[in-house]
Unconditional design. Structure first.
Lengths: 140, 190
């Protein structure tokens, strides 16, 4: 069990890193990371980008552990793991962007901002499920 | 045992033929190459995804000036007429079609879902941009050329088979293609 949780953590960190890199590539560069910090009310002119980057890494690890705890009990089956990863990404979006960002910190949510936050977090979920599945087989 | 020179020549000829045949052996991509290809696919998908936000519905406003620019600077004879008399008068339809197509490309590439379909659609959209904008002032003609080439790479290689839904879909469609024509067609796009 500990091994699958550790694998979940590592897969979550790696998926989080790639997701954070997606947010780095923009007109800014990395202006999108201000939006991530904004979800928690932690945005600032000087440190907002770094805070956003570290938040994605941290949350990537946390949701990776949750994924590892749940999926670790199952036999590795790619379809199921990818789906669970996508659901994990959707839960991240609902809890952090919708509940904390919009509900508590009153971040405005337009069609564009829903799309720009939901899709990368679903990509995170897909990467999480995919990395976990890959490593589980490699270490089996 | 006596071996004649003609036997030596035949053996040498066979070896050389085998060597030539080996040069044409199909290439198998390594796990690392597949992962690298998947990362390229995701970032190209992100490229298309980000372009949705300066031409958001319902008015697709950001797109309008580019369509006007295409009407002025396209190098394809007759295309200017089509833009000015068919596309611009029906701009909202064009905007909805363009935006939806680009969204489909982005989702296909980001999630590795029917990746080749997404890549082929990307090639079509990028070719249109090349024809319309490559020689407009302030544009670098290779920008759209490279967009076409990126699409070609992702259509040619199995870029969705790692870090993508295609990894799961490919086996399922392989299993079903003996009995289902739809599965056979869908398999082309994975």
């Amino acid at each position: 069990m500990m091994r699958t949780i550790r694998q979940g953590l590592l897969a979550g960190l790696l998926a989080g890193l790639l997701t954070a890199l997606l947010f780095v590539v923009d007109y800014g560069p990395a202006n999108s990371l201000h939006g991530v910090a904004h979800w928690f009310g932690l945005d600032s002119q000087g440190a907002g980008k770094l805070v956003g980057f570290l938040l994605i890494l941290f949350l990537g690890g946390v949701f990776g552990i949750l994924f590892g705890t749940v999926a670790g009990r199952w036999q590795p089956a790619l379809g199921r793991w990818l789906l669970t990863g996508l659901v994990t990404g959707a839960i991240w979006w609902a809890l952090v962007v919708l509940l904390i960002g919009t509900g508590i910190n009153h971040v405005g949510l337009s069609f564009g901002s829903v799309l720009y936050s939901l899709v990368p977090l679903l990509v995170y979920g897909l990467l999480l499920g995919s990395f976990s599945y890959q490593w589980r087989w490699q270490n089996a | 045992m006596h071996v004649s020179s003609s036997d030596h020549l035949t053996a040498a000829h066979a070896r050389s033929e085998q060597h030539e045949r080996d040069l044409l052996r199909p290439v198998t991509l390594s796990e690392r190459s597949l992962l690298l290809l998947a990362l390229v696919r995701i970032f190209v998908g992100w490229l298309w995804f980000q372009q949705l936000f300066w031409k958001l519905p319902p008015d697709f406003a950001g797109l309008h000036r580019y369509v006007v620019k295409e009407g002025t600077y396209t190098f394809l004879p007759g295309y200017s007429f089509v833009i000015q008399h068919v596309l611009l008068p029906n701009f909202l339809v064009l905007g909805a079609f363009t935006w939806t197509s680009e969204l489909v490309v982005a989702l296909c590439l980001l999630f590795g879902l029917f990746t080749r379909f997404g890549a082929i659609l990307a090639i079509v959209l990028a070719l249109q941009l090349y024809v319309g904008l490559a020689y407009a002032p302030g544009e670098w003609y290779w920008t759209y050329g490279m967009l076409v080439l990126l699409g070609l790479v992702l259509a040619a290689a199995p870029a969705g088979r790692r870090l993508g839904v295609d990894q799961w879909l490919a086996l399922r469609l392989d299993g079903a293609r003996e009995t289902s024509r739809v599965a056979r067609i869908l398999r082309w796009f994975v």
